[in-house]
Design a protein around this ligand. Sequence first.
Ligand code: ADP
Ligand code: ASP
Ligand code: MG
Length: 465
Amino acid sequence: MRFLMKFGGTSVADAQCIGRVVDILEKHHKAGDELAVVVSAQRGVTDQLIALAEKLPAAKNCSEVSPLIAHLRERHMTTLAGAAPDYTTEVGAVIEKRLASLQHILFAVHNLRELTPRSKDYIISFGERLLAPVVGAALRQRGIPSTVFDGCEAGILTTPQHGEATALPESDGRIKRKIGSLLSKEVPVIMGFMGCTENGILTTLGRSGSDYSASIVGAGIDADEIWIWTDVDGIMTSDPRVINDARVLKSISYIEVMELSYFGAKVMHPRSIDPAMRKNILVRVKNTFNPAHPGTMIVRNGYRDSRVVKALTYIDKVASININGAQMIGRPGVAKAIFSALADHEVNVMMISQGSSEANISLIVDESHLDAAVDALAFLVRDGIVREVTHNRDVCAVAVVGAGMAGAAGTGGRIFTALGKAGVNVMMISQGSSEANISFVVRQQDGPRAVRVLHDEFRLSEECE
Ligand code: ADP
Ligand code: ASP
Ligand code: MG
């Protein structure tokens, strides 16, 4: 079999974890499987890089740069010494060189007092740049030949949208040539989270983007299966940190996972399903710390049972915008004006709902896009197109996901009756056209309770697959 295996930040957090990763890979390698590997940064490193990069333009001095570099050196050198003792000199020199480049660019950001999207992407890719050579060395230490590639060298070509780049279709053929051709001889290790534009400028694929890298590379090498190794047994009926009796799903469909991750379920990156789905590649989510567990299979048509609802999630880093005014009634083009203005300001609109009277349109946007959205819509009041545009940060969006909801009458009624009984006030409702998702908005503090109420209502903690 040909596999793409991706290991997330917790799975590579230290030398012991990398030992587990190599055990898994060695077992498959010895069994004759062909393997390509995508790795993330060590847990927490990307957050540290982002925090410092964002601080530097306004910082009084560079005093935080050296401590971060020293911390990254210590962490990666310790991991290297534990995971690949024969390679400390060779790979240690690679790490030192990368740390020097990182230090340079951090000083430059401070001196210029400017963090451009391009330099930010370069900086935040260093978590993967520092870790991937350690994983490659750990494989060689066990006698498994391995070369390390960054996203660009692996063939991932992207749009120039820094921080949220999307893979271009040309990536497929390039990955096949660069990585696919090696698989009979070695186990290549590819840095997740990054690609490059046609001009070779580094881009990143969005937070948690290594899942997306895994799917892009898995599709490029025509993998039989893509395995996402993480720190939980699979995709669960809800975030186990919110719902303590959440249950692992045996299977789930591509569409259901897309809906879940779009609404904040951290277990997968929202765009990571698309490349696998295009090629109908089975994706498995498995636990590095419990490899014997079968995990969750993501397939075209996941298992359905009478419960109809499969999983729940919520996202609280959102804000609502309400556009009101009787002037909108019967006036063509208002929606077009609103959405064009938002698109011009690169605002991501997550949910839309319009009252049948047409006197109100409500939107949910990423909280980080709220200021841009408010600026974009200021003309509506100024030009007398609507009466007012108000916003509210104290909201969260809850998604109820299950492909079986399509055509099953009464699910909406059950959801909102249960919430009403529990005293949760619903501020806005929307149903995606896929009918695999009913989403609604509640006050931020009500999000976890809404999920709890519905998890019980649909008996999601009970095994019945
Ligand atoms: P990795 O570093 O391996 O990519 P992440 O932290 O990005 O791991 O994602 C795994 C985490 O996602 C889990 O530890 C869990 O807390 C969280 N999570 C949120 N929703 C779900 C869900 N529905 N099923 C499983 N895990 C979820
Ligand atoms: N290291 C990146 C992040 O923290 C990508 C990933 O982990 O998937 O977002
Ligand atoms: Mg992740």
